[in-house]
Design a protein around this ligand. Structure first.
Ligand code: UDP
Length: 321
């Protein structure tokens, strides 16, 4: 299959490209390198330095392709509440540009990076795909809005879409081939790794008075290589059955901030100083996925998302630096 990966130089995108190449896809990466990294571009992969805001560059890149995987979005929930304009334009308008370019070029399969942020504060656990969608931040709203627009393009333009609602993506390529580290990360595991590597003085733990076993926030961490595998399966499925789908991608296991910290101390052998600070606004106590639908529809199950592999592969990537 000839597959265009928009955002393929980013953290998740580069892992998806690796998986596609392993499955003999002919891959083109389109990226504006605003957060994606040149060093994530794998030899033999065609690269287009394009932008979602330049519809012409999208249409050109789509010519002759069989499918598009779209991972090019801003993802900092906190920032989205302060600068919604940036998220509205890039995430929502940018995806409309992609859909319109697909429609103009006759490309009818799209795999889209959605997010558990579409659900908002969980009303029950584990969260399945039928859970109400009431995003608590503008970032989550943009993802939900895009899902709704894709639904209409499915009905009106026969563009089949897979919406993959990621829980907490973490870890690095277990084979150590993807080396680009995210710049200024805000997510827990890369922040912990930066402290372990001496790039930051300490970890700030956002609250230890939640209603969880150790008081710190519990999340469902899913290894990026498992995520990448799900993209392949989702693309195969929508192509084979000429249908759209929406699935959660999570490990169905909750890990607390302290569990991640303790495991990181043990695996890295570093002290990793940490301090308790106030809760971060909008953070739920606990978020854990039901991934039953992904299992049923895609035959997918995580293979790398245990705590040791999440932390171990992350430390390998940071230690090399
Ligand atoms: N967290 C923390 N310190 C940090 C970053 C995150 O204590 O510097 C906590 C956060 O409150 C949440 C968990 O780690 O309980 C995961 O946060 P992250 O930002 O990685 O993902 P989110 O769940 O917000 O999408």
């Amino acid at each position: 299959m000839k597959t265009l990966v928009i955002g393929g130089a980013g953290y998740i995108g580069s892992h998806v490209v690796k998986a596609l190449r392993g499955a003999q896809h002919q891959v083109t990466v389109l990226d504006n390198l605003s957060s994606g990294l040149r060093e994530n571009l794998q030899p033999g992969t065609e690269f287009v330095h394009g932008d979602l805001m330049l519809p012409g560059s999208l249409e050109t890149a789509m010519r002759g392709k069989d499918a598009v995987i779209h991972l090019a979005a801003f993802k900092a929930a906190g920032e989205s509440m302060l600068v919604p304009e940036k998220y509205a334009l890039n995430n929502i308008s940018g995806t409309i540009n992609i859909l319109n370019a697909m429609s103009a070029s006759g490309v009818s399969r799209l795999v889209f990076s959605s997010s558990a942020a579409v659900y908002g504060e969980p009303e029950y656990l584990p969260v399945d795909e039928n859970h109400p969608t009431r995003p608590e931040n503008f970032y989550g709203f943009t993802k939900l809005e895009i899902e709704r627009i894709m639904d209409w393009y499915d009905r009106l333009k026969q563009i089949r879409c897979a919406s993959l609602r990621y829980f907490n993506a973490a870890g690095y390529d277990p084979e150590g081939e993807i080396r680009g580290l995210e710049q200024n990360p805000a997510n827990l595991l890369p922040v912990v790794m930066e402290v372990a590597a001496g790039l930051r003085p300490s970890l700030r733990i956002f609250g230890n008075d939640y209603d969880t076993p150790d008081g710190t926030g519990v999340r469902d961490y899913i290894h990026v290589t498992d995520l990448a595998d799900a993209h392949l399966r989702a693309l195969d499925r929508i192509a084979r059955d000429d249908t759209s789908l929406t699935v959660n991608l999570g490990s169905e296991t909750g890990l607390s901030v302290l569990e991640i910290l303790e495991s990181s101390r043990s695996i890295t052998g570093r002290e990793i100083p940490a301090e308790i600070v106030a809760r971060r606004p909008g953070d739920p106590a606990k978020l854990v996925a039901s991934a039953a639908r992904a299992r049923d529809l895609l035959g997918w199950s995580p293979r790398h998302s245990d705590l040791e592999t999440l932390v171990g592969t992350s430390w390998e990537a940071y230690r090399r630096r």
